[in-house]
Design a protein around this ligand. Structure first.
Ligand code: SUG
Length: 449
């Protein structure tokens, strides 16, 4: 009997300090919008509306909470001292860039929160979670502890769920989570193939590597995750991302490829050795044939793929086995080559049967599209029943979160605003209320001290 399972998507709720600080070298949008004034309220509402539309279509939709920002404990660890206001004032004076890093709302991009292996793939038949160390960027490297707490609080039942700490926080084990991990399968409850895509082999200096921008994910990290999660060779494939793509601004694999079920939708420049990747996946995929939907450079030049975020779309099953829906960012309809390609994709009669546009512009300006904003967790019915239900989006939760955002979030956030001690108070107050709404317990440092 096949096991009934669903894919749940957990979107990161945008935090109250959402801003444009230009922190991510190698991420073109982050750099080009540096110092623009952000609108945290609009950002959070755009995210909630995306979640609501997908929940209304019947998809299992969850929410992951934002983190406490600015993160005062990190500033203290860096030598800033005194009262919280003193700490903020000194950081703003001595190093605005450090203040911006500890104030980033980057936890919204939950595709980077963790790598998740469904129980059908793992040796002990539990769902395995490893928060990503995100060690390539300081502002992201401070996420994994609280991410781990939130995931443990939501997936608490040890009979169903296994949690690992993040990998050692050094560049050789740089891990960016699910953004560099795609699972292909015949059905969510069946054993699948986990495709780990790395940017660089860290411990082999002669191996191919990007020249301009950093490779954030290493083979060493991907292999460690596969070992921790108990994936056999039959369940895991490791593939190198094309270094030229990284140098063109593809800082995560989910900016150039997305998979779901037996479909892999990717750009011809995604992988260093495309033929081997496809052969490795094909030889391991059971119960279904891989359908490779390959986009050529002549149809969509790599630069257009990066600026539209075509591949940072969510690929979702349509009900009744009637193909798949591609949930694309609005920018895809603004770039002629991409818009034309989407029309031809629908005419082609392939597995992708529907395209829907989502407005997540506030996040896009920091290089985060629809797929960056969500963490996928395939769950059997039994696992779904075992998880904490308070984070699953219902009409009522959507209303409560919308009211909560409207009551607590500012509509303008400049770099100067990050030093405002009132912002810290407002954020803590809002997050304290949020853990109550979501029923998560005390996951934040300020609630524990
Ligand atoms: O890590 N941007 C994020 C975007 C993450 C996108 N995620 C996926 N592709 N899955 C990053 O580069 C920019 C923050 C700033 O510049 O203010 C930032 O962190």
């Amino acid at each position: 009997m096949p096991i009934d399972a669903v894919e749940a998507n957990f979107d990161g709720l945008v935090g109250p300090t959402h801003n444009y600080a230009g922190l991510s070298w190698g991420n073109v949008a982050s750099r080009s919008n540096v110092r623009a004034v952000a609108n945290p309220r609009e950002a959070a509402l755009q995210g909630l509306q995306k979640m609501k539309r997908l929940a209304d279509r019947g998809y299992v939709q969850g929410v992951l909470p934002p983190h406490e920002r600015p993160h005062i404990p990190t500033l203290r660890a860096l030598g800033f001292s005194g009262s919280d206001s003193d700490v903020l004032r000194a950081a703003a004076r001595d190093s605005p860039v450090i203040l911006a890093a500890v104030a980033s709302a980057s936890t919204m991009w939950t595709a980077n929160a963790a790598t998740v292996s469904p129980s059908a793939d793992t040796r002990d038949r539990r769902v395995h979670f490893t928060p990503a160390n995100l060690s390539a960027k300081f502002h992201r490297s401070i996420e994994h502890l609280v991410t781990g707490r939130a995931l443990k609080s939501i997936f608490a039942d040890e009979a169903c769920f296994a949690h690992h700490p993040a990998l050692p926080p050094v560049s050789q084990f740089g891990d960016e989570g699910a953004a560099n991990h795609t699972r292909l399968c015949a059905a969510y409850g069946e054993p699948g193939v986990e495709l780990f895509v790395y940017g660089q082999i860290a411990m082999d200096e002669s191996a191919p590597a990007p020249r301009r921008f950093p490779a954030r994910q290493t083979l060493e990290a991907s292999q460690a995750i596969a070992r921790l999660h108990g994936l056999s060779d039959a369940r895991a494939v490791f593939a190198q991302q094309n270094p030229d793509a990284i140098d063109a601004g593809v800082f995560h694999n989910d900016v150039i490829a997305v998979g779901n079920g037996n479909v892999l939708f990717y750009h011809e420049k995604a992988f260093l050795d495309e033929d081997r990747v496809l052969a490795d996946v094909r030889s391991r995929l059971r119960g279904a044939e891989l359908e490779a939907v390959r986009v050529s450079e002549s149809d969509v030049p790599l630069g257009d793929a990066v600026s539209s975020y075509l591949f940072n779309s969510q690929l979702l099953n349509l009900p009744g086995g009637k193909g798949m829906l591609l949930a694309v960012p609005g920018e895809c309809r603004e770039i002629p080559s991409v818009s034309r390609y989407l029309d031809s994709l629908l005419d082609a009669g392939g597995p992708i049967r529907a395209v829907e546009v989502f407005d997540v512009k506030q996040s896009m300006r920091n290089g985060g599209g629809p797929a960056c904003l969500r963490l996928r967790v395939a769950l059997t019915n039994e696992e779904l029943a075992a998880m904490h239900p308070g984070v699953l989006l219902t009409d009522e939760l959507y209303e409560r979160l919308t009211t909560w955002v409207q009551g607590h979030y500012r509509s303008e956030m400049s770099q100067e605003d990050l030093a405002d001690p009132m912002l810290l108070d407002e954020s803590r107050h809002a997050l304290d209320e949020l853990t109550g709404i979501l029923g998560l317990g005390s996951i934040y440092d300020f609630q524990r001290n």
